[in-house]
Write a protein that binds this ligand. Structure first.
Ligand code: UDP
Ligand code: MN
Length: 242
């Protein structure tokens, strides 16, 4: 049954795809026994897809502006929901029985395969907003029916977090993954680089060890963790991102 479970991430452009590359490689480094799948949209270039296939078992393209039902049509009128919409498409990966979604700005530090023992819907509590949860890491079961329901919710709720809270409100309180997100020493298993200062926006010179925070944003994360992200990606500097 192991082959029917997968870690899933999402990238709607090449920048986030670099995040997906680092995440995927970090999962490989963690010696996961599960499949790795990445959901992409049309904007992700062929060159980037080739790189992704070196790390991921499966690349699935989704069309965020597919208009085959009323929920899709309603979303066409709400372009600001585009990214939310793409995350929902992860529920269409029905070749897998169970998935763990990770944002593309996550890095796995230690094996987290035990997350597959959790049920849909499990998520980590949000550090800054304890009553809510963080939609960057969650356990779900792909299902066309749930997919349709979530699209409907997205139209009425307008946000992924709010929508899933609504859709799964009866299940959420059962969960407390105890996932350390942030800098909690040796117990950290997943780092989630939330906010504007994504690792790929820093400049890092591997030869000098010089790390430059993103222009106009500043540093929002632990420097060692950013360097770790860069070392996993095996890129000399973010010049190569262009
Ligand atoms: N994402 C994407 N393209 C975008 C924005 C977001 O593919 O332009 C995906 C990506 O997987 C990302 C996730 O949606 O990690 C959530 O967005 P983000 O991580 O930027 O939000 P934060 O965690 O900072 O709240
Ligand atoms: Mn994120």
């Amino acid at each position: 049954t192991l082959k029917t479970e997968a870690f899933v991430t999402l990238a709607t452009n090449d920048r986030y795809a670099y995040g997906a590359l680092a995440l995927g490689q970090s999962l490989r480094n963690s010696a996961t026994t599960r499949q790795l799948a990445v959901v992409v949209t049309a904007q992700v270039t062929q060159a980037m897809r080739r790189q992704l296939t070196m790390v991921y078992d499966h690349i699935q393209q989704v069309d965020p502006l597919d208009s085959h039902d009323t929920a899709h049509l309603a979303l066409l009128a709400r372009p600001e929901l585009g990214i939310t919409f793409s995350k929902i498409h992860c529920w269409t990966l029905t070749q897998y029985t169970k998935c763990v979604f990770l944002d593309a700005d996550c890095l796995v530090i230690k094996n987290v395969d035990e997350l597959f023992e959790r049920e849909e819907f499990s998520a980590a509590p949000d550090v800054g907003w304890p009553d809510c949860f963080n939609s960057g890491v969650f356990v779900f079961r792909p299902s066309d029916e749930t997919h349709r329901g979530l699209l409907q919710c997205a139209v009425t709720q307008g946000s992924f977090d709010g929508m899933v809270l609504q859709a799964f409100s009866d299940l959420i309180l059962k969960q407390a993954m105890g996932l350390a997100i942030g800098r909690f020493g040796n117990d950290v298993r997943i780092v989630h680089f939330i906010g504007m200062a994504k690792p790929w926006l820093y400049s890092y010179n591997v030869n000098t060890g010089h790390l430059q925070p993103p222009e106009g944003i500043g540093s929002q994360h632990d420097e060692e963790l950013i360097k770790r992200w860069w070392s996993i990606l095996h890129l000399k500097s973010n010049q190569e991102l262009n």
